[in-house]
Design a protein around this ligand. Sequence first.
Ligand code: PHE
Length: 347
Amino acid sequence: MSLDQFLTRLDQLQSDAESAFTSASDAAALEEARVTFLGAKKGQLKDIQKMLGGIEKADKPAAGAKLNAVKSAINAAFEDAQQNLSGGDDSGADPTFDPTLPGTRPSLGHIHPITQTISHLTEIMGRMGFEVAEGPEVEDPWHNFVALNIPEDHPARDPLDNFYLATAKDPSGKSSVSAGDEGSQLLRSQTSTVQIRVMKQVEPPIRIISLGRVYRPDAPDATHFPMFHQMEGLLVDTNVTMANLKTVLRVFANNYLGEDVEIRFRPSFFPFTEPSVEVDFLWNGTWIEFGGAGMIDPNVFAAVGYDPEKVSGFAFGLGVERLCMRRHGITDIRDLYSGDLRFLKQF
Ligand code: PHE
């Protein structure tokens, strides 16, 4: 076959294919036309391609270039036709699809109110120079009690008041460690454990907060839940006084609850602080207890290897749920953990 004949056939093929594609009125017709012209086995383009072998060697480059050009033109014509069928007219389109209807908004999740509260509290305390420290939720009695000056016979260590973990039994069937023993483990009942972990690791001055879960076997009601969150604060330096403690808590409360919040200390007792206080905030005309606080007991400093004659400090532990509930007017702590989206979506 001469080069001229080859080129003419290609032109013819291109114009046949283009008109077949544009006149295809539905997807099936278009597919049929595609097989006729572009089919990998018996397509007409394939047939012409085979004739390339019979072209004079000198003419081959020109013939090959034309073949490629025609091939892309036919492919483009096919894609255009396909586009027109699915978009342009609705004869071939899905009859159940109504493009005039409003779209379905994808529902985006958001951060849980307690997690939001934790970030907010962290941000406020961060502005006063408190860094975040973390500790494990599964603790040993040394961190949860002993180092915090809570002696063996203290009621706070009672297995009935804590979630001790079941421990491995020896082959005789007896548990090798029983609740309350050294070596037993429990879900921490307070974030004060983190005070100990931090002081064991670094030297004063210290200014940290630790926010996380604590566990106590309380029956759930509107104000109790067996798991809740605390914000622990610890400041250790020289010449720290209760005035510093009161100021930090007042500044915190003013930032979180509002400028008109007042703070009150009521005498209390915690084994790891002396003196100890309960912390109340006056908010909307009522005094509400938010947690405990006090000056670090010298026995705690001794337990972590600090010299109680040289350093002093304060600590506090506030209930995160309580803060969050006050701020948002939530009346039942169980709502926070029911997983009910109608409730959670409000925050
Ligand atoms: N850990 C105490 C509690 O859970 C609160 C507290 C923290 C008291 C720090 C004093 C100092 O009740």
